[in-house]
Design a protein around this ligand. Structure first.
Ligand SMILES: Cc1ncc(COP(=O)(O)O)c(C=O)c1O
Length: 434
């Protein structure tokens, strides 16, 4: 059976107007609120997608940010926060990183979008191929969703098969085949998708037994990192089982490293678990916030990649590509991944310790550089998470209540410790309220 649309029970689509007309107790965010009222008149929902205020704690978070540097952000009312979202991932070195900005500016002075690509495109493809085990080529686009969708097309072209297996309820972007809500997309767009379960190779094996001859590809993320739920690392053999099943069945293994990429292993996150995919897709952290995504592939898929026609007006824009080259260089030079791991561990250990001292129970999950925290006693309304994150925002630390966080190379021990003080105040508020 194809994966069913979730249109009938869609619940958390952005509905900005629900926020208006509420008593405004939020004197810290007057400018944010005024801007949001203007936005609502000219932008459906005011702010849409993953940045919707509906995902944050009502009256405790700003709606708009004015500027940012390192790991600090400032909203349009002048409130400052230590940031643990990094623009939802892209800002891996810290906001406005000097070396990245210099490289981008140098390229901008030459040109950005032109009739033909700039030399930096070749340089970046060479660099990615050289740091990625099993890789022979790379192509570029703008968003993660561009390259997850492109990867499916390359796999179908290479195998002559139509179906793709994905882990049930996994976010791969907003295209019709994977849109988490389904509104506006006919069910037929999912007709080529089949579901199996995370960390359950037997469920993939069963799917292959039924429909293997039609399965072009299996797409997985390196670890399970869905919003609203604890993250799950791959069980011991899960990723290598997926690899083996793909090989036995002649299916392409695609790793969607859009969210985790460059925070776990420079050669692709599944290298941490000893697994090399056939196609690897990146976006977010690739260019420290400049718009860029990449698909990197094995030599055997080169002809299929050439045969599939995909392009976009700004796909070969040179400034983001120059920024990506500088980002990779700096990540390697500073051993940035190890630093983020250390800072993430300090944060996670500190949160557990402070929560326990105050008397509330929390669970930390995911890799330390991309952590997620939940409250053991929370029901599905996430009341404790929302109260805690709101209190942290008041105290100057920006933690998302429902989505995983991101550490950057700009986070220092002192930033983590300062944020832990804010977190402790949040834990005390939770303890007092429940
Ligand atoms: C795992 C994963 N895949 C794909 C996407 C889609 O990326 P984009 O929003 O850049 O299209 C995301 C975005 O969060 C993601 O986390």
């Amino acid at each position: 059976m194809p994966i069913a649309s979730r249109r009938s029970h869609q619940t958390v689509q952005p509905q900005g107007h629900e926020l208006m007309g509420l008593p405004n107790n939020d004197s810290r965010h007057r400018n944010s609120r005024a801007l949001f009222e203007r936005a609502e008149r000219v932008i459906p929902g005011g702010i849409y997608g993953h940045q919707t205020p509906q995902m944050l704690t009502r009256d405790r978070f700003p709606f708009f940010l004015a500027d940012a540097e390192g790991c600090r952000i400032r909203d349009v009312d002048g409130n400052e926060y230590i940031d643990f979202l990094c623009g939802f991932g892209p800002v891996v070195l810290g906001y406005r990183h000097a070396k990245v900005e210099e490289a981008a500016e140098r390229q901008r002075r030459q040109c950005d979008t032109m009739n033909l690509p700039a030399p930096v495109m070749v340089e970046l493809a060479e660099r990615l191929v050289s740091v990625t085990p099993g890789a022979a080529w790379s192509v570029f686009a703008k968003n993660g969703g561009d390259v997850t969708t492109w990867a499916l097309a390359v796999a179908r072209e290479a195998t002559g098969r139509d179906l793709v297996a994905m882990v049930d309820h996994t976010y791969h972007g907003t295209a019709g085949w994977c849109n988490p809500f389904g509104n506006g997309f006919p069910d037929g767009e999912r007709a080529g998708m089949r579901a199996f379960q995370w960390n359950d190779a037997a469920s993939l094996r069963a799917l292959i037994d039924r429909e293997g001859a039609s399965i072009a590809a299996v797409i997985v993320t390196p670890f399970r990192h869905e919003a609203f739920e604890d993250s799950q690392l791959p069980a011991n053999e899960f990723l290598s089982d997926v690899r083996r099943i793909c090989d036995e069945n002649g299916s392409v293994m695609i790793v969607d490293d859009v969210r985790a990429g460059f925070r776990i292993d420079i050669g692709g996150s599944t290298q941490r678990w000893g697994v090399t995919p056939d196609l690897l897709v990146y976006s977010k952290a690739l260019a420290n916030g400049y718009p860029l995504s990449a698909m990197i592939g094995a030599d055997a898929l080169r002809d299929a990649a050439r045969a599939v026609f995909v392009t976009g007006t700004t796909f070969t824009q040179a400034v983001p590509i120059a920024a990506a080259l500088a980002t990779l260089e700096e990540l390697e030079r500073t051993d940035g991944i190890a630093h983020m791991d250390r800072m993430g561990r300090r944060l996670c250990d500190g949160l557990l310790e402070r929560a326990t001292a105050v008397g509330v129970e929390v669970r930390l999950s995911g890799p330390p550089s991309i952590p997620y925290m939940s409250f053991v006693d929370d029901e599905s309304d996430f009341a404790r998470s929302k109260l805690w994150a709101g209190a942290c925002a008041d105290a100057g630390a920006f933690f998302h209540p429902l989505h995983n966080w991101f550490i950057s190379v700009a986070h220092a021990e002192t930033d983590i410790d300062e944020a832990l003080d804010a977190a402790e105040r949040g834990f005390s508020d939770v303890r007092a309220a429940f």
